[in-house]
Design a protein. Structure first.
Length: 194
């Protein structure tokens, strides 16, 4: 290569290399979507309330679900990128990630949700925030807030893998009419009176 061609290419190469390195640096570094490690985390405070994360394998609660979806691309509490169309959720204290079964108390429809974020904060009767994709899958997106049952589950690896890739887990059959009536009665006498 002649000296004059090298003299021309060297600055161009340096500019290209600098631009490539600049594109790699900076910005938010997102954690890969993974089920390990599971993080419980220390107590934390939001709006004057303290929350203490803990493993709760028997967690089974009635309350309200809300949903969020305008935060696309933001980092969620476990370090992953928020993708509003995925079937994910936010919980105040469950380990991250966790898997829960969410049942809509008006229809009995059930879905599996991967919890990877913290929230909802504010109203104590709100027990889970769902991504837009999860709210659509559960059929509650148009409501904004819906009565639900949330319980921790240990789904099959096939379902976990689907949720980690942004896909829905297998369809779950709706709960029986008798079970649904019982849950609705419990909700109305407890959470629904708040």
């Amino acid at each position: 290569m002649s000296g004059s061609l090298t003299a021309v290419l060297r600055p161009a190469f340096a500019i290209l290399l600098t631009a490539a390195l600049a594109a790699c640096g900076g910005g938010t570094k997102f954690r890969p979507v993974s089920d390990t490690p599971v993080r419980v985390g220390p107590p934390y405070k939001v709006r004057g309330s303290t929350y203490t994360p803990a493993a709760e394998p028997g967690y089974d609660m009635l309350g309200y679900a809300t949903w969020y979806g305008s935060e696309s691309g933001n980092q969620v509490a476990n370090g992953e990128r928020f993708r509003p169309q995925w079937i994910t959720g936010a919980h105040k204290t469950l380990p991250l990630p966790s898997y829960v079964e969410v049942t809509a108390l008006d229809t009995g429809r059930r879905i599996l949700v991967r919890v990877n974020d913290r929230g909802p904060f504010g109203e104590s009767a709100r027990i889970i925030d769902l991504s837009r994709g999860a709210a659509e899958a559960l059929g509650i997106r148009g409501k904004g807030k819906a009565a639900v049952r949330v319980r921790v589950v240990d789904p099959a690896e096939k379902d976990r893998a689907a949720l980690r890739k942004g896909k829905a887990a297998k369809d779950l059959p709706p709960i029986s009419g008798a079970t649904l009536a019982n849950l609705q009665s419990q909700f109305e006498s407890g959470v629904g009176t708040r």
